[in-house]
Design a protein around this ligand. Structure first.
Ligand code: NAD
Length: 350
């Protein structure tokens, strides 16, 4: 049975949810503040239509928890938060702008208790609109120029994948390893290009068939229909589209040996980590593998603009993944649980 909004709020382990209804568009704004142990909550803004309003709140809550895990793993002085703008359907340009301005004023009124950037469904232009009314938006500079986090995230995913190959197969070379990238957007496309350069055997999939055909042609990759992803044999499955693609229904169908991707909240529920473990599929926890964009933006905000230095920091994601996977193998546990324990220890230490 679907959870109600009351149930979700009652059962949540986070701090609070700031909620607002935007009357002119019929959209609901949820700002989920999960944890502020290390600093003010920070996370992207997702704009999406949900069949049930509670699904939007649930999305904001689970994504906010993921941000707590991400910032703690990176040991950054930032807490976990995420916003969802749950829209009733497509909005015209004027209505979208009105909603964003209202949402931006709400963020500003929180005086730094939450800061945000792009996520699924929001664009650079949306961030520029927010920056008209709030300074608590990342990725827009004083000249209103924006920076795309996707390529930074993709570099971090490659680092995580390299570490996973090393632990799983004893060699961190991509040559001859098959990688199936699901979702060829802001992260998936630059990821596929990097993997092609590394010599991986590429399998590409997206619900946008034209996008698949174009990129597969460019990179000499094989196209995989969106409905065949889980049954397709590969060394690494890289979820780079929607969350919760690892669940009780899909895990038995998987024919991969490892999962490393950018999607947030890849596990349908925590038990799915054990299901993967039982099947012998090595899972690089999403909140470690996809931390590259957040890390790069945080470093840029703190004054590090040298791309070479940034790149080295992103490549170091491999070290964290190696440590977590090695410990998981030693303890015969899922890497997800090992990584969550690691976060708990970091938060406890403050
Ligand atoms: P995006 O919207 O740019 O691209 C998503 C792609 O997935 C699109 O090409 C879309 O057509 C495709 N897609 C959607 N549903 C699909 C399905 N069912 N099967 C196959 N393909 C499907 O998003 P993005 O910025 O590339 O982000 C991808 C994922 O990574 C998201 O879950 C996002 O939350 C997460 N993430 C992104 C970043 C970042 O830097 N952009 C950082 C951390 C996490």
């Amino acid at each position: 049975m679907p959870e109600s909004i009351e149930q979700l709020i009652r059962d949540w382990d986070g701090l609070a949810v700031v909620t607002r209804y935007h009357e002119p568009t019929g959209a609901w704004i949820f700002i989920a503040l999960h944890d502020a142990t290390l600093g003010s909550p920070c996370g992207g803004t997702r704009l999406k239509h949900y069949a049930e309003l509670a699904d939007g709140l649930r999305d904001a809550m689970r994504l906010a928890r993921g941000m707590t895990y991400k910032w703690a793993t990176l040991k950054f002085k930032q807490g976990g938060g995420k916003a969802v703008l749950a829209v009733p359907g497509a909005l015209d340009d004027m209505a979208r702008r009105e909603l964003l301005l209202d949402y931006g004023r709400l963020i500003e009124s929180l005086r730094g208790a939450f800061s945000t950037g792009r996520d699924l469904g929001t664009t650079d232009d949306d961030m520029r609109v927010l920056s008209e009314v709030t300074s608590y938006v990342h990725g827009v500079d004083e000249n209103k120029e924006t920076r795309d986090p996707g390529p930074y995230t993709a570099r971090g995913v490659v680092a995580a994948m390299r570490a996973t190959l090393g632990v799983a197969f004893g060699s961190d070379s991509f040559t001859g390893s098959s990688v199936l990238v699901q979702g060829l957007g802001g992260v998936g496309a630059p990821l596929a290009r990097r993997l092609a350069k590394e010599g991986a055997v590429l399998l590409l999939s997206d619900i946008d068939e034209e996008r698949v055909a174009e990129l597969a042609g460019e990179l000499g990759a094989t196209s995989v229909p969106a409905g065949d992803v889980y049954e397709t044999k590969c060394d690494v499955y890289a979820p780079c589209a929607l969350g919760e693609t690892l669940n009780a229904e899909t895990i038995p169908r998987l024919r991969c040996r490892a999962v490393v991707g950018s999607a947030n909240s890849q596990l349908g529920e925590d038990d799915d980590a054990d299901r993967l473990h039982e099947r012998g599929i090595l899972y690089a926890p999403d909140f470690i593998a996809n931390g590259g964009g957040a890390l790069a933006f945080a470093l840029i905000n703190s004054g590090m603009t040298d791309e070479g230095k940034l790149g080295l920091r992103l490549d170091a994601i491999a070290d964290t993944v190696s440590q977590v996977l090695t410990r998981a193998i030693t303890e015969n546990r899922s890497p997800h649980h090992v990584a969550v324990d690691r976060v708990a220890a970091i938060l406890k230490a403050g």
